[in-house]
Structure formats: structure tokens, C-alpha cells
Write a protein of this length. Structure first.
Length: 285
């Protein structure tokens, strides 16, 4: 399933949990791994701005080179040294490189150069990393949070096609021998139904949404899948359920949420989930 994995690491945020998870998956699926350490341009630009009024152009260039050198040394000493010991010990084929740029831009560029089956990354809350690529990428993205039980929470809702999540969740749970919990959330904030093509319907009544949701759950039960139901905000109910289960992984599909509380627009749903959820996430795109 995950034959080629991209692991982007920002100079602004680093987590060993990401590399440990990568080893877990690479061993399971005989994957090859590309580890990319990204020296954030914004750090260099900020240094330049602070220096412009007080230093010569030559001094500014020297400062930038010094920062680049230190960042490369950090990549070698901390990230690459640790990853090499992990990957070599477990006989995992891998490559690593350092790129100067902006996190989302570099990832988008790497995806154009090669085909990957999965991106594994950490999420630095409160830092300056731009995660906008999350809303545009077409392959699965795993955001590793570390810890928690060997359990999967698979989330379906009226805001997603719900085609991939049930099948992929069952497959992963079986292959990893993890417990599987499935949840259907009727999001009453954004009262539409998303079809199998990812298209949103006209606004529906709450009773219609609950009826559609129950029909979906009944179909899952016929297939031998036990599924719980909830209604409310998709984000809130998912996070609540993940907390109750101490989920090792939360799997979410192509949710098309556009409206939140009081009808206010919702943007960057995946970034919002990653920022709020303290549990590992797998976005099936």
C-alpha cells in the first residue's frame, strides 16, 4: 500500500516519533523512504530584514551562509544520524537530502518529481510553518503525534464520499492487528450531503441527514462493521471520540466542510483538525 514514502522535516520543527512511525510502516510494506530536511527560507529572510539597516550586503550574505551551515549541521547531527541508524538497522532503503525553501512549496515540488504513496510528517503547533499543501495534495498524509493505543478511529460523515475510509481502515486494522472503531458523524453545522464524486448537495434538513446517516450505518452493519453514530460538529465529535478511545490513529476521508457554527465559512479543514487534534491523523485524499 505504502511502497514509497516521503518524510519532510522542517528546520522549524522535528519529531523522532515521525521517523519511528516511518520505520513501522516501511517494515510492514517493504517501502523505500525519501527524507527531506527543509531549511525554511522565512528564517533566512527574517534575519536579512533585521540586518538590513545595520549591516553591509556582504555581512548579510555571510550571516545567511552561517545560518545555512548550522542548519545543515543540525540535519546531519540530529535528523540524518538518527534516521540512518534506524533505517540501516531495519534494512530499509532510503535517501536523504537538504533543500532550502518553504515547507509546502518544497513538498509540492517533490511530488511533481516523483510518485509517492504516502507523506509522513509532524505538526508544529504555534510555529511559523505553512501547511497549506494539506488542502491540495492528492495522496494520503499521515500526521504523527506519537504515543496512544494500538487502535484506529475511522470517521465517516455526511460531508465525505465515505468510499475509501471503511475499506482502508479495515485493511490496516487487520494487517497491523489493531482495534478498529468506526464513527459516523452527522454534521449539523454544514447541512449538506456529499456524494460519491465529492459533490455537495443543496442544504438538507436535519431529519434527512440523520436518515441518510442511519442508512449508511445499516449498510456497514450488514457488512459486519460495527459503527457508532454522533451528531454535532465534525471536528468536535471526532476529537471527542479520539480522546475517549485514546486512538493511535484517526482516519479521515475527503471531508468537504464549508460552513461552521452560525453559518460562518470554514477554511483549511485539515489544518484545523491537525492543530486541534492531539492524536495521529491519516487523511485519505
Amino acid at each position: 500500500m505504502f511502497k514509497k514514502i516521503l518524510v519532510p522535516v522542517s528546520s522549524e520543527f522535528y519529531s523522532k516519533d515521525v521517523l519511528n512511525r516511518c520505520v513501522f510502516l516501511a517494515e510492514k510494506y517493504k517501502s523505500t523512504v525519501d527524507l527531506v530536511y527543509i531549511i525554511e527560507e522565512k528564517t533566512l529572510n527574517q534575519t536579512k530584514k533585521r540586518s538590513d539597516a545595520h549591516r553591509t550586503y556582504h555581512d548579510i550574505i555571510e550571516t545567511e551562509r552561517d545560518i545555512m551551515s548550522k542548519q545543515r549541521q543540525t540535519a546531519d547531527d540530529i535528523v540524518f544520524e538518527y534516521s540512518e541508524s534506524l533505517f540501516t538497522k531495519n534494512n530499509i532503503p532510503y535517501d536523504h537530502r537538504v533543500i532550502k525553501g518553504e515547507f509546502s512549496v518544497v513538498i509540492s515540488s517533490e511530488l511533481k518529481k516523483q510518485e509517492y504513496d504516502l507523506i509522513i510528517m509532524g505538526y508544529g503547533r504555534g510555529c511559523m510553518i505553512n501547511y497549506r499543501f494539506l488542502d491540495n495534495v492528492d495522496i494520503p498524509v499521515w500526521i504523527e503525534a506519537g504515543g496512544h493505543r494500538n487502535s484506529i478511529l475511522a470517521v465517516c460523515s455526511n460531508l465525505a464520499p465515505n468510499q475509501k475510509v471503511p475499506d482502508i481502515s479495515r485493511r490496516l486494522a487487520q494487517e497491523w492487528e489493531w482495534d478498529l472503531y468506526m464513527l459516523y458523524v452527522t454534521d449539523i453545522e454544514d447541512a449538506v450531503k456529499v456524494d460519491v464524486n465529492g459533490l455537495r448537495s443543496e442544504r438538507k434538513t436535519k431529519s434527512d441527514l440523520l436518515f441518510d446517516g442511519q442508512n449508511f450505518v445499516n449498510d456497514m452493519i450488514k457488512k459486519g462493521i460495527d459503527m457508532r453514530t454522533r451528531q454535532g460538529s465534525l471536528e468536535n465529535e471526532t476529537i471527542k471520540a479520539a480522546r475517549e478511545l485514546e486512538a493511535g490513529l484517526v482516519i479521515i476521508g475527503r471531508e468537504q466542510k464549508r460552513r461552521g457554527k452560525f453559518g460562518f465559512p470554514v477554511r483549511k479543514f485539515k489544518q484545523k483538525m491537525a492543530d486541534r487534534c492531539k492524536y495521529s491523523l491519516l487523511f485519505i485524499n
